[in-house]
Design a protein around this ligand. Structure first.
Ligand code: FAD
Length: 451
């Protein structure tokens, strides 16, 4: 008789695990049942800001695989099914069929939790008003579209992190007057050091965004249940549309209630095989904690890159393979219009907080040979350990081609290289792509001589 793998959550982590386990086993060996409470599977949330901005036209193009396609592949996907409890003694889940309003139980031999994360939603008065939303699903993007169709002209984005920045760009592109309200003293304050974030603030203001830093939201003014303004300690900002982008929290309630270990950072604890502390239960994606390769700590880094890899690792191991997840560096990239923004490893502030004797060195360079048309500046900040010269992290803010240079630093960091070693690497050069000394080499060389 076939063993049964039950999956909770039908997006990146859950369906990567399902697809990988399916590739490695026949339906006679392993039955795979995936429960998803929404109507969609395998959708790219990462594309939502670009859908809102009109850069991507078709909402359906963000769906990598529909439930029907998964079913055709031998995965029994049940959408509009909410898993409400895990019974580890009976090895069973309790599932509510949201359309039939009926509950049932299903036994598992292996269980994968891929419940993702939820956007942080403070208990501000008026947060449930019409016109106040988060951008997490295709339905949220459709709601933004409806508000634009109904004539929304003034948008306030609360939070200037990755998603806030991407959404602000999108709404600006759609012709709205955009205010971004941020509690910290810089945009991307949780991502970049303040000196690097200054360039982002400058670009946002130059594009016409009313960026309000050091500004704490206290609630929303509503009229007839609709939002009309965002209230802050510095006064109100009128709004027909408010997007909240304050970061996420792992969805661990099911796991916690079942007695599955949750860590201090708030995610489900897993080993490098994606096994939880409870036999036959695995977890992957935004709901778990991961090993940080620089600090050695257990952290929550909610990114699609990790969710896909961890899901694949779990799926392989569940199907009888033997692979491990190597950990995270917090490598990430985004853009605001033409400005590319990227980071890996630790910022100077994070390195100090983690107990490193760290030094941050910033270098300005061009993305092309100085004589080549349209050469644009970029700033690279390298964080290294004083004394040893160990690379701890890097941040890049600059023009075309700047952002993906972060992957050179991520590779170096993954392999525990020193800044001097990075400075000696054989990187490519031709005038349209870089100066003869690539900005990465220049920055690493300057950093090595400052230690
Ligand atoms: P999710 O995608 O959250 O999926 C979890 C699924 O589980 C959901 O579909 C949910 O409905 C379902 N579920 C939860 N609980 C239950 C239950 N009890 N029963 C049934 N179903 C349940 N990452 C990047 O790397 N790069 C980017 O550029 C990027 N941009 C982003 C932009 C936006 C606007 C957003 C919202 C996210 C972005 N991310 C990005 C993050 C990335 O989308 C997530 O890291 C990734 O989707 C996590 O996948 P997951 O499967 O762990 O969780």
């Amino acid at each position: 008789m076939a063993r049964r793998l039950v999956i909770i959550g039908g997006d990146a982590a859950g369906m990567s695990a399902a697809a990988q386990a399916r590739r490695m086993t026949s339906t006679g060996e392993l039955e795979i049942v995936a429960f998803e409470r929404s109507t969609r599977t395998s959708y790219a949330a990462c594309g939502l800001p670009y859908l809102v901005g009109g850069f991507v036209k078709a909402p359906d193009s963000l769906v990598a695989r529909t439930p029907q396609q998964h079913r055709a592949n031998g995965i029994d996907v049940r959408t509009r099914h909410d898993v409400v409890a895990i019974d580890t003694q009976a090895s069973a889940v309790t599932v509510r069929d949201l359309d039939a309003a009926a509950e049932s139980t299903l036994r598992y031999d292996e269980l994968l939790i891929g419940t993702g994360a939820s956007g942080i939603s403070p208990p501000w008065p008026g947060i449930d008003a019409h016109g106040v939303l988060q951008l997490r699903t295709l339905d949220d993007a459709a709601q933004v579209e409806r508000l634009l169709g109904a004539g929304a002209r003034r948008a306030v984005v609360v939070g200037a992190g990755y998603i806030g920045l991407e959404v602000a760009e999108g709404l600006l592109e759609r012709g709205l007057a955009v205010t971004v309200v941020e509690r910290l003293d810089a945009p991307m304050g949780a991502v970049l050091d303040a000196d690097m974030a200054a360039g982002v603030a400058q670009a946002m203001r130059a594009a016409g965004i009313d960026l309000r830093l050091h500004t704490a939201v206290t609630g929303f003014t509503t009229v007839g249940g609709r939002v009309t303004a965002v209230e802050t300690a510095s006064g109100p900002f009128e709004a027909d549309l408010v997007l909240i982008g304050l970061g996420v929290r792992p969805n661990v309630e099911l796991a916690r209630a079942a007695g599955i270990g949750v860590g201090a950072a708030g995610g489900i604890l897993v080993d490098n095989h994606q096994r939880t502390d409870t036999p036959h239960i695995w977890a992957a994606g935004d709901c778990v904690e991961s090993h940080h390769r620089v600090t050695g700590r257990s952290v929550v880094v909610a990114l699609g890159t990790h969710a896909n890899k961890q899901g694949r690792v779990a799926g392989t191991n569940i199907a009888g393979g033997e692979v491990t997840f190597g950990g995270v560096l917090g490598t990430a990239i985004t853009r605001f219009k033409e400005l590319e923004i990227a980071r890996t490893g630790l910022t100077e502030q994070e390195a100090a907080a983690a107990g490193f004797d760290a030094i941050g060195v910033t270098t300005e360079a061009l993305n092309r040979a100085h004589y080549f048309p349209d050469a644009q500046p970029m700033k690279i900040k390298i964080v290294a350990e004083r004394g040893t010269g160990r690379l701890l992290g890097a941040q890049i803010v600059g023009g075309e081609g700047a952002g993906k240079r972060i992957d050179v630093f991520a590779t170096a960091l993954w392999n525990n290289m020193s800044v001097a070693e990075v400075g000696g690497m054989d990187l490519s050069y031709a005038p349209p792509f870089s100066p003869v000394w690539d900005p990465v080499l220049l920055a690493a060389g300057k950093s090595a001589s400052s230690i």
